[in-house]
Design a protein around this ligand. Structure first.
Ligand code: BGC
Length: 445
């Protein structure tokens, strides 16, 4: 095996990503808090409970210490609308102060904050009135955005408006696994239109308050290959990709929002991205299946031979990251790219080291083409509440004991720290953490 290293550029941002509801705990005004109380919604009846206790126990302090000690220089977190505006038009200044302390806490530790305004959870009052369906949420989201930017703007330059609008509309309105628990593709596309309008309103509001801000819209990017060359397999893969993955980026690029048939003009959306936020976990193979109208007639499987995570929800498939990067670069050649999420649910940390190394190696290929790729956020720092999967999926570099709140580093915490500190992947590192990759990444001359 050759002795060698792959280097990342000097100013590359290294971080982890989190979301308010998944780590804070006890956000009783959130639609998710209510959803978790009703039986049947969450695997094994789990609840977020105290989560990683970032709110009442302020354990973000010790976790930000960990991130800083591990060589990270950025962190992506989200603020919870339900805390900031617990009832319509009533603002909780203490909550805003707490978030201000958090972003300042990041900066004091040398971590650049990236702040998401909406990450899946909503105030209960908003969901009770179905405001993402009616569109009433749009001006309210703009008003909320202005509040947050006025409070945090002096300390934050990097913003995400709505996290993964594509998976959010799918989980809430197609599979029905999230609140609003609907299975209606027409309604889902209506919600997607409103999420796009909310993004556009927030984009303009942020820029009116903070002209230098960089505003993005992280997309759950999932390459979907047809299972065969058969026309219906190809149709199903393309339709799922067009409606389920690139719906909003396409609207922002072209000013046209696709519908089930045809498209609507949304000229105001054009150009409302300062960077492309790419969340990549896995890739899919799609096969036409007449019995699955609710899933747009597609049966999904994973690429052959790829290793699967603990609950078989994601496959480790690094070429899918490269494919996604090429799509973004082809369609948005001028935009900087941040990998706003990437990770693997692996409680025993058996596969994560190889997942992490091989995805970063894939990323580096494109960094080396001098594409403007500025940072990588691993999902996630400490085990968190994984939505309808509860605590059954463990994505943390640090394992969390939810009873005691004790954190224990997994092997990957040390691995990622070495990568962040050295900005590189060396043959020695690979030999220690993922020896199976050595011959592939560092072949002899
Ligand atoms: C979401 C996160 C989630 C992660 C892992 C992403 O799609 O943005 O909130 O925890 O996937 O499941």
């Amino acid at each position: 095996m050759a002795e060698a290293s792959f280097y990342f550029p000097e100013h590359f941002l290294w971080g982890t990503a989190t979301a308010g509801h998944q780590v804070e705990g006890n956000d009783t005004n959130s639609d998710w808090w209510q959803f978790e109380q009703e039986p049947g919604h969450i695997h094994e009846g789990h609840r977020a409970g105290n989560a990683a206790d970032w709110w009442n126990g302020r354990r973000w302090q010790e976790d930000f210490d960990r991130a800083a000690a591990d060589g990270q220089n950025t962190h992506r977190l989200s603020v919870e609308w339900s805390r900031i505006e617990p009832t319509p038009g009533r603002w909780d200044d203490d909550a805003l102060d707490h978030y201000r302390e958090m972003v300042r806490g990041l900066k004091a530790r040398g971590l650049e904050p990236m702040v998401t305004l909406h990450h899946f959870a909503n105030p209960q009052w908003l969901m009770e009135r179905a405001m993402w369906e009616t569109g009433e949420a749009v001006p309210l989201f703009e008003r909320y955005t202005r509040k947050v930017v006025a409070a945090l703007g002096p300390d934050v330059r990097l913003w995400c408006t709505v996290n993964e609008p594509n998976s959010y509309m799918f989980l809430g309105w197609v599979s029905g696994l999230f609140p609003a628990e609907k299975k209606n593709i027409g309604l889902a596309l209506q919600v997607a239109g409103n999420l796009l309008r909310a993004h556009v309103a927030a984009y303009r509001a942020i820029h009116s308050l903070q002209p230098q801000a960089l505003v993005g819209l992280p997309i759950h990017f999932r390459p979907i290959e047809p299972a065969s060359g058969w026309a219906l397999d190809r149709w199903v893969a393309q339709t799922q990709f067009d409606l389920g993955v690139t719906l909003l980026p396409h609207a922002i690029r072209t000013g046209r929002l696709r519908r089930l048939v045809g498209s609507t003009a949304v000229p105001e959306a054009k150009g409302t991205l300062d960077y492309f936020g790419l969340n990549y976990y896995t890739a899919d193979i799609a096969r036409f299946d007449l019995t699955l109208p609710g899933e747009l007639f597609g049966r999904r499987t994973f690429p052959a031979g790829a290793e699967l995570d603990d609950i078989k929800a994601n496959a480790s498939y690094p070429p899918g990251l490269g494919w996604s990067l090429r799509w973004v670069h082809d369609h948005f050649p001028k935009l900087p790219i941040y990998i706003t999420e990437n990770g693997f649910g692996d409680a025993a940390d058996r596969m994560r080291p190889a997942y992490l190394i091989s995805h970063l190696r894939e990323l580096l290929r494109y960094v080396n083409f001098n594409w403007d790729i500025r940072g990588y956020y691993h999902w996630t720092l400490v085990d968190n509440f994984e939505w309808e999967r509860g605590w059954t999926q463990r994505f943390g570099l640090y394992a969390l004991d939810t009873q005691t709140q004790a954190r224990t580093p997994r092997g990957s915490a040390g691995l990622y720290a070495e990568i962040c500190r050295s900005r590189s992947i060396s043959s020695d590192l690979v030999a220690r953490y993922a020896p199976g990759l050595s011959a592939v990444l560092f072949p002899d001359k």
